[in-house]
Design a protein around this ligand. Structure first.
Ligand code: NAP
Length: 432
C-alpha cells in the first residue's frame, strides 16, 4: 500500500482534532483512500505547550518550512496571513496537495493561491473555510455541477447568529447579547470581524465564486454588520412574523452577480429562520434542484476537523488513483453588480410625532418615490404624554420590492419631514 506523507501546520482547536483523527483512525483512512496517511510532523510555535491530543512528542516542530518541503499533503491550520501564505505557496511549489481552513487568507489573497495551484496542477481545497462542518463547497462544485445555481443565502457566522438569536429570544439589546456571547466563548475578545460582517463577507465571496464560476474577492462584497440592529427592530420583526438574521447573499441577476452581507428580515417559517444559536446554514436555489438547505455546526475543533478530513481523504484518493487535481471552475467572467442593481423588500422603522395626518404624509412620500407599502404598523407611546411631553408614534413599514436607490430617496425625503424624529432602521427583507 502506498504511503502519503501528511504535514500538519498548527495544532490548535482544529489542528489538534485533525491530528487525533489521523492518528486514531489510521486504518479506516487507509481502507477508504487506498494509502496510509502518515503524519510526518506538526508545526507549532511552542513544541512544549500542553496539547488536547496525545501525539508523539517528536512529531512537533517549529520548522514548518522543512515539514512542507517533504510532504505529499499539507494541511494548513495555523490561521492568519503570514507565515500561512508563504508556507502554502512553498507547498504548491513542491507539488504538494494543500488543504486549508483559512478563510481570512483566502479573502485577502485567494486569487493568487488559486492561480498558483492551477498553474502547478496541484489541488487546493478549503471546505472548512466556509460554515465549519457543513459540506457546502463540494455540493456546490460537484453535486450541483450539472445544474444552474441562481441564489445562495447563508447564515455563515455563528457569533452573529448567536447574538441575534439571543436578542430574539430574550429581548436583549445588542450590547448585552454581545457581552453574553463573549462570556460563553462564542465571541472573540475583539469581535469586530464577526459583528461588522467581514467574516461572513469572506465566506460570501467564496460561495459566490464557486456558485457562479467567477472569482469574486472580499472587496466585491457589499457588507453591513449587525451593530445597529436594536431590540426594537427585533421585536417589531417578531411582531410581523419575521426573524432578523445576518445573511451572506450571492445572487445571479440580469447582467451579473450581486454579493452582499447584511442583517435581513426573513419569515420565521423560512428554513433559515429556524437556525438557532451559533449554528450555520446555507440555503441554495438552483434551476433544476429547486431549494436545498445545508445545516450544521459552523465552528468548533472537532466539527471543523471533519470538513478538513473530507478534503484530505478526497486528495489522498486522487493521489492514489492519479489524474489532474480538481480546480475550481472559472468558466464565467460575471461582473459584480452594484448594490443599486438589487431590488428587495425593505423594513423601515421610524419615530414620528403622534399627530393627525402623519401616516398620509409618509405614505405620500413612498408613493412619490415609486415604493409601494405592504404593511404599516404604528405603536403610540403615551407615557411621555402623561409626563407632559408630546406623544410619539413608532412606525414600522414593510415595502414591496424596491430598488436601493428608490428606497434611499424615500428615506431621505422622510427624514426631511418635521413630524419625523428619527429613522431608526432600514433593513432588507428576503425569503418571501
Ligand atoms: P488556533 O487554535 O489559534 O491554532 C493555531 C495553531 O497554529 C496553534 O497550534 C499555533 O501554535 C500554530 N501556529 C500559529 N502561528 C504559527 C507560526 N507562526 N508557526 C508555527 N505554528 C503556528 O486556530 P484554530 O481555531 O485551530 O483555527 C485554525 C484555522 O482554521 C484558522 O484559519 C481558522 O480561521 C480556521 N477555522 C477555524 C474554525 C474553528 O472553529 N476554530 C472554524 C473554521 C475555520 P501554538 O499552539 O504553539 O501556539
Amino acid at each position: 500500500m502506498k504511503t502519503l506523507k501528511v504535514a500538519l501546520l498548527g495544532a490548535g482547536n482544529v489542528g489538534s482534532q485533525v491530528a487525533r483523527i489521523l492518528l486514531e483512525d489510521a486504518d479506516a483512512l487507509a481502507a477508504r483512500t487506498g494509502a496510509r496517511l502518515e503524519l510526518v510532523g506538526i508545526a507549532v510555535r511552542n513544541v512544549d505547550a500542553p496539547r488536547d491530543v496525545q501525539a508523539p512528542r517528536e512529531l512537533y516542530t517549529t520548522d514548518a518550512s522543512a515539514l512542507v518541503r517533504g510532504a505529499d499533503i499539507v494541511i494548513e491550520l495555523m490561521g492568519g496571513i503570514e507565515p500561512a501564505r508563504t508556507l502554502i505557496l512553498e507547498a504548491i511549489e513542491h507539488g504538494a496537495t494543500v488543504v486549508t481552513g483559512n478563510k481570512a487568507l483566502l479573502a485577502v489573497d485567494g486569487p493568487t493561491l488559486y492561480e498558483k495551484a492551477d498553474a502547478a496542477g496541484v489541488q487546493l481545497s478549503y471546505e472548512a473555510a466556509v460554515a465549519g462542518a457543513i459540506p457546502i463547497l463540494r455540493p456546490i462544485t460537484d453535486s450541483l455541477a450539472g445544474d444552474k445555481i441562481t441564489r445562495v443565502m447563508g447564515i455563515v457566522n455563528g457569533t452573529t447568529n448567536f447574538i441575534l438569536d439571543a436578542m430574539d429570544s430574550t429581548g436583549a439589546e445588542f450590547a448585552d447579547a454581545l457581552a453574553e456571547a463573549t462570556r460563553l466563548g462564542y465571541a472573540e475578545a475583539d469581535p469586530t470581524a464577526d459583528i461588522e460582517g467581514h467574516d461572513a463577507a469572506a465566506k460570501g465571496a467564496i460561495l459566490a465564486s464557486l456558485a457562479f464560476h467567477t472569482r469574486f474577492a472580499l472587496e466585491d462584497v457589499n457588507c453591513q454588520g449587525i451593530t445597529s440592529v436594536t431590540a426594537g427592530d427585533i421585536a417589531a420583526a417578531k411582531d410581523a412574523g419575521y426573524v432578523i438574521k445576518l445573511l451572506a447573499i450571492a445572487e445571479k441577476l440580469d447582467g451579473g452577480v450581486s454579493v452582499r452581507v447584511h442583517p435581513t428580515l426573513i419569515p420565521r417559517e423560512h428554513p433559515l429562520g429556524a437556525v438557532r444559536g451559533a449554528f450555520n446554514a446555507v440555503f441554495v436555489e438552483a434551476e433544476s434542484a429547486g431549494e436545498l438547505m445545508f445545516y450544521g455546526r459552523g465552528a468548533g475543533g472537532s466539527p471543523t476537523a471533519s470538513a478538513v478530513m473530507g478534503d484530505v481523504v478526497s486528495a489522498a484518493r486522487r493521489l492514489v488513483l492519479g489524474g489532474p487535481g480538481r480546480t475550481d471552475s472559472t468558466i464565467e467572467v460575471l461582473p459584480v453588480l452594484p448594490i443599486d442593481a438589487v431590488t428587495t423588500r425593505y423594513y423601515i422603522g421610524m419615530d414620528a410625532a403622534d399627530q393627525p395626518g402623519v401616516l398620509s404624509k409618509i405614505a405620500a412620500l413612498f408613493a412619490e418615490n415609486g415604493v409601494s407599502i405592504e404593511t404599516m404598523r404604528q405603536t403610540v407611546h403615551r407615557d411621555e404624554n402623561e409626563n407632559g411631553g408630546p406623544a410619539t408614534a413608532e412606525l414600522r413599514i414593510v415595502t414591496h420590492r424596491a430598488s436601493e436607490a428608490a428606497l434611499a430617496a424615500t428615506v431621505e425625503a422622510i427624514k426631511g419631514l418635521d413630524i419625523i424624529n428619527s429613522v431608526t432602521s432600514v433593513l432588507r427583507v428576503e425569503g418571501v
